[in-house]
Design a protein around this ligand. Sequence first.
Ligand SMILES: Cc1cc2nc3c(=O)[nH]c(=O)nc-3n(C[C@H](O)[C@H](O)[C@H](O)COP(=O)(O)O)c2cc1C
Length: 193
Amino acid sequence: MNDYMITVVLSSGRKNSNSSGMANRLAAAAVKAGGAIERYDLAKMDFKGCTGCGSCRSTTDSCVIRDDLSPLLASLKRADAVVLASPNYYGYVSGTFKSFLDRWYSLRDAERNLRLPSGRPLAFLMAQGHPDPAGYKNTIDSMTTIFTAYGFDTKTVIGAGLQGPGELAEREELISDLDALGEELSSNLRKNQ
Ligand SMILES: Cc1cc2nc3c(=O)[nH]c(=O)nc-3n(C[C@H](O)[C@H](O)[C@H](O)COP(=O)(O)O)c2cc1C
């Protein structure tokens, strides 16, 4: 039985992506005992960045751009939990991920009230070549600030020292951290049923 739904967003364009592998691993652990995943792979989707038209904060209650992000933005509103994954590109999230994030502007109304429920868990997963997990603290802080502003209770896992595709498979400790976070998410979601 699907007691809850987790929206998973991937944003790497390459095969055997480390960040996508991290998200898929965590999400699989989170739905092992029930629950459903709605998975969106941004690299395979056709969408625009925010144009800053402001309609979503004045005349409409959602983004006026109708493209492949429309069902994803709707999925974010229904989800019980959210898993977001990005490779680290030049010290920040991928451009694809950032374009997705800019469209979150439509998730607040004219009075800046949220169009999303508050207090839901969000896991942010980043894969990076840099071996130090604290190497991009400003980026993690910046992402957490945005997710918190949209009502999410954020946990971050950094896959540090992952350079080539598929390297996640060699990282037992990281994989077990992802499994543990997925199981914790599952048990919290079950408690709230
Ligand atoms: C355009 C580009 C920029 C990158 N910039 C950084 C960087 O600034 N710091 C870093 O640690 N790794 C950087 N990397 C390495 C990636 O973060 C690393 O290969 C990661 O595992 C990619 O995740 P993915 O497999 O999910 O695509 C960069 C890779 C690319 C392709």
